[in-house]
Ligand binder design. Structure first.
Ligand code: NAP
Length: 269
């Protein structure tokens, strides 16, 4: 019935988008990954549906994205209903703030560039390359998965000093979404950024006791921001709520170009 393109489906939220969206056999779901063989094996073992197509494409590789668009176009007669830009980098530098990172300015600069390339520029190239297909699609929805960490209000409410490069790159992503909306809203395309809440995907890959303590300190900040926060939610629940919002949101309903939480309001957590 609908066609979907999702980036970063090898694990976490992306894999769950793939699973939930492919539940309807009438949907065609395309998933972009950096390791096609590994994800195909995982999909075969854990989902096993014919309506899923895994495509090799690092989102920082413009040519690979163009090839992906050609592949999708051949399968769908040149149209695409939904894009979900989900792939992201959240490096372990997220556990500390500028005061710590300032000890190595070169590493800090590289960290900022790495996050910006994947989290911001990757999505911008993706949207530009796939927009012709979206314009020929029926749903015409372009979604960026963002984070409440990119919101100055959330940051200031609990002095959340962590996740510097990550939050900055996602704030830029939110603005990119607004800029895309400024062009394509009139053509009926909904461009929107959505925070999925805190999700239990293990994305920070905590390994040491020190990292565990830093992660707990960050969760402490989340609780300070939102006193009802009891820890990350299940991936399944987060994706369900994001998709409910994606289905509900329309260009004319005040959603065009916005950045909002999966709950539809604040707090994000
Ligand atoms: N988890 C949370 O609490 C949370 C909260 C707010 C927002 N979010 C957002 O939700 C989205 C998913 O988060 P998650 O927790 O599922 O993250 P995750 O577990 O770290 O997964 C990230 C995904 O992005 C892929 N990826 C990274 N760089 C890529 C690149 N250059 N090209 C293609 N794919 C790339 C990874 O692929 P590889 O397997 O190849 O590395 C992986 O599939 C992200 O946008 C994140 O910022 C998450």
């Amino acid at each position: 019935m609908s066609s979907y393109l999702i980036t970063g489906v090898s694990r976490g939220v992306g894999f769950e988008f793939l699973r939930q969206l492919s539940e309807n056999p009438a949907n065609t779901v395309f998933g972009l990954v950096r390791n096609k063989a590994a994800t195909e094996s995982k999909v075969a073992a854990e989902i096993g549906r014919e309506n899923i197509h895994i495509i090799q494409a690092d989102t920082t590789d413009y040519v690979a994205l163009e090839k992906a668009a050609q592949f999708v176009s051949e399968k769908t007669n040149g149209a695409l209903d939904y894009i979900i830009a989900n792939a992201a980098l959240q490096a372990k530098t997220a556990l500390v703030g500028f005061d710590t990172l300032s000890s190595d300015p070169g590493a800090l600069e590289q960290d900022l560039i790495d996050h910006f390339r994947i989290n911001t520029i990757g999505a911008i190239h993706l949207f530009n390359i796939f927009m012709p297909l979206i314009l020929r699609g029926r749903a015409k929805k372009v979604i960026a998965i963002s984070t409440g960490m990119s919101d100055p209000e959330m940051t200031l409410k609990a002095d959340i000093f962590q996740a510097t490069s990550y939050a900055i790159s996602k704030a830029a992503l939110n603005m990119a979404v607004a800029k895309f909306s400024a062009i394509y809203r009139e053509k009926g395309v909904l461009c929107m950024a959505i925070c999925p809440g805190a999700v239990n995907t293990g994305s920070l890959q905590i390994e040491t006791e020190e990292e565990g303590q830093l992660a707990m300190a960050m969760f402490g900040k989340f609780k300070q921001y939102s006193p009802t926060f009891e820890g990350p939610q299940k991936t399944e629940d987060s994706v369900k709520s994001v998709l409910a919002l994606v289905n509900k949101a329309t260009v004319d309903g005040g959603y065009a170009g916005t950045f909002i939480s999966h709950t539809g309001g604040k707090p994000y957590l």
